[in-house]
Design a protein around this ligand. Structure first.
Ligand SMILES: *[C@@H]1O[C@H](CO)[C@@H](O)[C@H](O)[C@H]1NC(C)=O
Ligand SMILES: *[C@@H]1O[C@H](CO)[C@@H](O)[C@H](O)[C@H]1NC(C)=O
Ligand SMILES: *[C@@H]1O[C@H](CO)[C@@H](O)[C@H](O)[C@H]1NC(C)=O
Ligand SMILES: *[C@@H]1O[C@H](CO)[C@@H](O)[C@H](O)[C@H]1NC(C)=O
Ligand SMILES: *[C@@H]1O[C@H](CO)[C@@H](O)[C@H](O)[C@H]1NC(C)=O
Ligand SMILES: *[C@@H]1O[C@H](CO)[C@@H](O)[C@H](O)[C@H]1NC(C)=O
Ligand SMILES: *[C@@H]1O[C@H](CO)[C@@H](O)[C@H](O)[C@H]1NC(C)=O
Length: 453
């Protein structure tokens, strides 16, 4: 009772003391998300000491249908998050006091039907997220976009109401990051990226009805990252080689270093990888690959590929063809159907991370993982392993993390062989024993030393 009283008192004092109430002041942030707000707490901001020292205001996940005039008076905030607040409208001068301070605005997952003219007043806005609003038509307001174009570097849009590429994007000559998330668009014009061919570095196109990688991508001279995910109409024939031909590179090789092609109904490594000689990261998760042939891996021409992710690709063994990728540092095979790890399945000398989580692995050859002196992390989480594989000895000098989470490890005195050889101060073992209510690590530290020699 007494404790309850003290706690209640402490709670009372702390909320009353919080000058951001009903929000919370956390360092330079004003945190108001999930607070059941039905309006912007303008009076709180007006009375806030040092109001101009705050940098971020998070109002997400509330019920704020309208932004009135000068909703952020007294603040000089740089980032405002207003995602998922049932926002319908905003006053033309909603951002009056912060118009020369606001650099990032997120208004995703709302009910806005036209691009708000209030955005025209934002003089220094660099990042805008308007995803998943029922914006009607495909031509976003010319005048608003022209005005935003003076400063905008990052733009996120997309919703099921969009069925044509918005050509008004041409007003964004400084754009570096573009993200279209969701649309009924099936085709992009060749001029889609006109206006920012030389500035765009990151392009994301996801959850669309496109049938092909758009040709227009070849106009992006300095593109580094292409995330082309969840476009399930695409398939193998939709990964067009011509989309990756960089007009500015005489050798015809692409500038792309990071490529993601998740969930595009692919069955093989696309031959266009030949052109991606600078590739460092390749993600092909959620495609039905079944197996990966030598011929398809030969397409990977980059000598620099360090990260490969093949999650949920229906692979029933570690494809031997991957051994060709000698520069690999990280290989993610989470969520496949791999039962066993054989002697020569994997041996890339520079490998540091290997993820085999959520595979039905039950056998690991004692001689696996040889000649991999830099391995720091290995995961068998969610597998059928009941024992620590002896092969771990082959990588023990460099290893830092062994993940056996969800693996029902049989903790018995048999583990003596293992704990005698490892330094538990350096290596973290994640996972619990099946036989006793303890973590594997605690068992090794507390019980194994008491086992008979
Ligand atoms: C949206 O906000 C409401 C609260 O207004 C919350 O219950 C809901 O979980 C939020 N949705 C998402 C996707 O965050
Ligand atoms: C949000 O507020 C409106 C009234 O402004 C109300 O009709 C609606 O039910 C509220 N929605 C939620 C999720 O509370
Ligand atoms: C906000 O903008 C004004 C006008 O440009 C400027 O004087 C002030 O320094 C800015 N404040 C912050 C915290 O950036
Ligand atoms: C752009 O791509 C790089 C990887 O090439 C990534 O690290 C970065 O977070 C991306 N930036 C944005 C804003 O998406
Ligand atoms: C693949 O993309 C489709 C379309 O966006 C989506 O509905 C589905 O959930 C995605 N699947 C996975 C595994 O991400
Ligand atoms: C290889 O990748 C490194 C960064 O990991 C980069 O500095 C280097 O320029 C790349 N080499 C080539 C030939 O692309
Ligand atoms: C392994 O890494 C070293 C040092 O970064 C590098 O010199 C060597 O070329 C790499 N090996 C392969 C096969 O990429």
């Amino acid at each position: 009772m007494k404790i309850f009283f003290i706690l209640a008192l402490a709670w009372h004092v702390s909320t009353a003391d919080d000058p951001c109430h009903p929000c919370h002041c956390i360092n330079q942030n004003i945190a108001c998300s999930n607070s059941g707000l039905t309006a912007v707490p303008t009076s709180t901001f007006r009375n806030l000491p040092n109001a101009k020292s705050y940098q971020m205001l998070d109002l997400s996940n509330n019920n704020i249908s309208d932004l009135p005039q000068d909703a952020f008076a007294n603040l000089a905030i740089q980032t405002i998050l207003l995602n998922n607040v049932s926002l319908v409208s905003m006053h033309l001068n909603a951002f009056l006091s912060v118009s020369t301070n606001l650099t990032e605005l997120q208004i995703a997952d709302n009910k806005i039907k036209t691009i708000p003219t209030a955005l025209e007043k934002l003089k220094v806005l660099q990042k805008l997220d308007i995803r998943n609003n029922p914006i009607v038509g495909s031509e976003f307001d010319d005048k608003v976009f022209q005005s935003l174009g003076n400063t905008l570097k990052e733009f996120h849009f997309g919703s099921p109401t969009i069925s044509q590429w918005p050509l008004t994007l041409t007003h964004f000559p400084k754009l570096e990051v573009l993200d279209m998330d969701g649309s009924k668009i099936q085709w992009l014009p060749f001029t889609a990226f006109h206006g920012f061919e030389f500035t765009l570095k990151n392009l994301t196109i996801r959850n669309t009805e496109l049938f092909q990688v758009p040709q227009a991508i070849s106009s992006l001279v300095h593109l580094q990252t292409l995330n082309f995910d969840n476009n399930v109409n695409v398939g193998d024939n939709g990964i067009l080689a011509s989309a990756f031909t960089n007009p500015d590179d005489v050798s015809g090789s692409s500038s792309i270093t990071h490529l993601s092609l998740k969930n595009n109904s692919l069955t093989t490594m696309p031959s266009v990888l030949r052109k991606l000689t600078r590739l460092q990261t390749l993600e092909m998760d959620n495609n039905q690959m079944w197996y990966i042939s030598d011929n398809s891996v030969i397409n990977i021409q980059s000598k620099n590929l360090s990260d490969l992710s093949l999650q949920n690709c229906n692979l029933d063994r570690i494809p031997h063809s991957l051994l060709r990728l000698s520069s690999l540092k990280s290989l993610d095979l989470t969520g496949n159907r791999i039962h066993s790890i054989e002697l020569n399945d994997i041996s890339q000398h520079n490998m540091t991370k290997l993820y085999l989580s959520n595979n039905p692995v039950e056998y690991v050859s004692d001689d696996a993982f040889r000649n991999m002196p830099d391995m720091t992390e290995i995961s068998f989480a969610g597998s059928k392993l009941k024992h620590l594989p002896h092969a771990l000895m082959n990588i023990m000098t460099s290893l830092k993390t062994i993940n056996l989470d969800g693996c029902d490890v049989e903790c018995t005195c048999d583990l003596t062989w293992f704990s005698g050889k490892i330094d538990l101060n350096r290596i973290q073992i994640i996972g619990d024993c099946e036989t006793i209510e303890k973590s594997v690590e605690d068992y090794m530290i507390q019980r194994v030393p008491k086992c008979p020699p």
